[in-house]
Ligand binder design. Structure first.
Ligand SMILES: Nc1ncnc2c1ncn2[C@@H]1O[C@H](COP(=O)(O)OP(=O)(O)OP(=O)(O)O)[C@@H](O)[C@H]1O
Ligand SMILES: [Mg+2]
Length: 262
């Protein structure tokens, strides 16, 4: 169980988070949604220890920020919202950066970067220069690196965690579904997933738990239909949104009210 409580962050002179908190379980996919600037990335970075914050973050009751860097690297992998590469690395070299800790000691370790690339639909791309890939291909190559870092969703009985900041923002719909299925498989195998998303329909389709943020606070968190309501979404996004369902498929979908778009 991951628990972040009362997280406050000030960046420069601006307070960005005001006592935000979330709970996430291994075996489940937790999705953070909310408008631009609401603090999703900041909350994720505070939880993963990439940003100093007030409040507490515990992983199975242990203070996550007290973990040594090498233990932290084994327990969780982080896909940042944007990453810049200054050097002309090949795709294989980028993905291989994820090969750390005990995963690197597996007898099949040398083959794992290629297998991670296959999982994100980039088989055969290893020898190409990362900077020469398209935006969506770069995003998937970074995801392969992150997947490699926590290749076994549960290691020695301890769940591993994936923290993904907008993992599908640059992807076409086919690859979006591929990546969401990958994340879900990781969770179903016992790992924990916390993802920041803008696509409310994919969120409704894949999330087990949703955290809705607004203005540096958590407006609501819980099951999909508890959090993704007309009222919560319209308030958070400042436009009229309607949550409906297709009873036959048991699927929830969200559409803007056309009259409000113009
Ligand atoms: N270094 C910084 N200094 C001052 N303010 C910052 C800094 N970084 C982020 N902010 C502000 O903090 C707020 C939250 O930013 P954050 O990146 O967490 O938003 P977000 O919810 O991830 O948005 P998006 O959907 O656009 O990615 C924004 O108002 C942003 O302008
Ligand atoms: Mg963000």
């Amino acid at each position: 169980m991951l628990e972040a409580r009362d997280i406050s962050v000030t960046l420069g002179r601006k307070q960005v988070l005001y006592g935000a908190g979330l709970r996430a379980k291994p075996g489940a996919m937790t999705v953070i949604v909310g408008p631009n600037g609401s603090g999703k990335t900041t909350l994720l970075r505070a939880i993963t220890g990439d940003l100093a914050s007030r409040g507490t973050v515990t992983l199975d009751g242990q203070d996550m920020r007290a973990l040594a860097p090498h233990s932290l690297a084994e327990r969780r992998a982080v896909l940042p919202q944007a990453s810049v590469l200054a050097f002309p690395f090949t795709v294989h070299e980028v993905v291989r950066l994820g090969l750390t800790g005990r995963i690197a000691l597996r007898p099949d370790a040398a083959k794992l970067p290629s297998r991670a690339l296959e999982q994100v639909g980039l088989a055969g791309y290893g020898g190409r220069f990362f900077q020469e890939l398209s935006g969506g291909e770069q995003a998937r190559a970074q995801l392969a690196r992150v997947l490699l870092q926590v290749w076994e969703p549960v290691q020695d009985g301890t769940p591993r965690w994936l923290f993904l900041d907008e993992p599908v923002a640059a992807l076409d719909i086919g690859h979006q579904l591929q990546v969401m299925h990958l994340a879900r498989r990781f969770a179903r195998a016992g790992g924990g997933v916390v993802a920041v998303m803008h696509d409310l329909n994919l969120t409704a389709m894949f999330a087990d738990r949703v955290v809705l943020m607004l203005d540096g606070r958590v407006l609501a968190q819980g099951a999909v239909r508890e959090v993704l309501t007309d009222q919560n979404l319209s308030r958070a996004y400042g436009c009229r949104l309607r949550v409906s369902s297709l009873p036959a498929q048991g699927a929830t979908y969200i559409l803007p009210q056309a009259a409000e778009i113009a």
